[in-house]
Design a protein around this ligand. Structure first.
Ligand SMILES: [Zn+2]
Ligand SMILES: [Zn+2]
Length: 497
């Protein structure tokens, strides 16, 4: 058996272990930087597989890594495992219903990170098996990265230089299209402003009161005026996370507002954030309140890498994307009917390249035989509820407005990310539908596919030094200006309670 087919069958043989971990972590549904059970599960599983584990990376109790092998190249496989609040949802159900004994406000894996970590773990184990059985020099390092949804675990690790030593970092994310991620994204900085005033009877002794809520309102007003005088690619968002209480007849003694600024270049985000700081100071001055400024997190934009993107696409084609049973089609169709049609073709490539758009338009069409076979289950759907195809290869300097802490990794080592179908087509991000899929066979198929793609890609990087060199040469040029960390040197990971 070739090492490739041996790797694929190794993952198949152990698939139940990886999907089992995915389901267990789905059940934990722990929020950012509080993923204690999830981290403990991975640490135990890594040790059982013979990995050398280092815990508490970057001052985060739920960050860790497990390495296996010896010498270079060092290939990093990234994992995430944090959930989102307000998304408790029964698994494999097409109806919105919280997990038994929970309420809808409890947490759920609405971004699919339960699958993400488990797929990466399967890959790390298969790579370990390859290194061991072929005695190839090289090291695989599984990185447990907490707080992707809030806390920017990978960026805090980047602040401490954790990615610098890697030769490449590979990761994936559950999605609704099988595609390689290309282009860049926004950098982002979050700061929490906690204003303190003086409580007083709002009618009886208003002159005694100093309103923290006024400070928040004035700060927000100041920021609205700032919008006219910032670069056009910048964004500012805010949320009042504490309005100071529900009694209008009490002058609010405290109020908090959480700010998020974005721009493509980290330097622009940092500069804009400093201007928002000045407005906070002004608001405090106007209202005779004080405030505490807490740095929450920050992420850099992404440095794309053509060589790694092409490698990932080749491996996705080589493994072959998941195919589905009638039950899976019917479940996906039922889910698809619970959210509005997006009205756009799936995948980034179809948005950017007219030729690819034409191809994809053909791929998403509901085939007559599927429609006839499943009858009412898929009735009314012009497009397939699952994207059971690989999106054509596309590489560009395009830009997606969101932010990810994979960006920080990509400034310290060549990095790549791909999406594997674990959810129905057009599903909204951070939704109960995604939580549902995390405990379904569609999700399981997606994470096993991802494990295989990651493993084969890593093996190619061990086997072909020229490939790794090409990825690094490209990266050296693309990241030549160097990494500006959006996180101040003295900042500590902030856990939102
Ligand atoms: Zn997310
Ligand atoms: Zn995510």
């Amino acid at each position: 058996m070739s090492y490739k087919s041996e790797t694929l069958s190794y993952i198949d043989v152990n698939a139940d272990q990886y999907t089992g971990i995915s389901h267990e972590i789905w059940g934990f549904a722990e929020l950012s930087l509080k993923e204690y059970k999830s981290a403990a599960l991975y640490i135990e599983a890594l040790k059982a597989e013979g990995f050398t584990v280092t815990e508490n990376l970057g001052g985060m109790p739920t960050a860790f890594c497990g390495s296996y092998g010896s010498g270079r190249p060092y290939i990093g496989i990234l994992a995430e495992y944090d959930a989102l609040s307000g998304l408790s949802q029964k698994g494999a159900s097409a109806v919105r219903e919280p997990v038994e004994g929970q309420t809808a406000t409890d947490s759920g894996h609405g971004c699919g990170h339960s699958m993400l970590g488990a797929g990466s773990f399967g890959a790390a184990c298969a790579i370990k098996n390859y290194l061991k059985s072929t005695k190839t020099p090289g090291t695989v390092i599984f990185f447990g990265c907490p707080g992707e949804e809030g806390g920017a675990g990978k960026a805090f690790l980047a602040k401490d230089g954790y990615w610098k030593d890697l030769d490449a970092a590979l990761t994936w994310h559950p999605g609704s299209v099988n595609e390689v991620v290309t282009g860049t994204c926004n950098s982002c900085i979050q700061v929490l402003y906690k204003f303190k005033g003086i409580a007083a009877h709002a009618a009886g002794s208003p002159e005694m009161g100093r309103s923290a809520l006024d400070a928040v309102e004035l700060m927000n007003t100041g920021v609205q005026y700032l919008r006219e005088h910032m670069k056009s690619d910048c964004r500012i968002h805010y949320a009042i996370t504490n309005a100071g209480g529900a009694s209008p007849n009490v002058v609010q003694p405290e109020a908090d507002v959480l700010y998020m600024v974005r721009a493509v270049a980290v330097e622009d985000s940092i500069a804009l954030q400093a201007r928002v700081d000045k407005i906070a100071e002004g608001a405090a001055l106007m209202t005779e309140t004080t405030y505490e400024r807490i740095f929450v997190d920050g992420t850099a934009n992404m440095v794309p890498n053509y060589v790694l993107e092409k490698l990932m696409h080749d491996k996705m084609a080589e493994v072959g994307v998941p195919q589905y049973t009638d039950e899976e089609w019917a479940y996906a169709a039922a889910l698809k009917k619970t959210y509005p049609e997006k009205g756009v073709l799936p995948g980034m490539a179809a948005q950017k390249d007219p030729k690819i758009a034409q191809e994809v338009a053909g791929m998403v069409k509901m085939p007559q035989e599927l429609s006839e076979k499943l009858g009412v289950a898929v009735e009314g759907l012009a497009e397939k509820p699952l994207n059971d195809f690989l999106a054509p290869f596309y590489h560009g300097n395009d830009f997606s407005p969101g932010s990810t802490d994979v960006g920080d990794v990509s400034w310290q080592t060549p990095a790549v990310q791909f999406h594997a179908v674990c959810e129905p087509s057009g599903v909204p991000g951070h939704s109960w539908q995604i939580v549902s899929c995390g405990a379904s066979s569609i999700g399981d198929k997606g994470l096993i596919f991802a494990a295989k793609v990651l493993a084969l890609a890593a093996i190619d990087l061990y086997e072909k030094p020229e490939l790794l060199k090409a990825a690094k040469d490209e990266w050296k040029v693309a990241a030549a200006k160097g990494y500006t960390c959006p996180i101040p040197a003295d900042a500590k990971p902030y856990v939102i309670e």
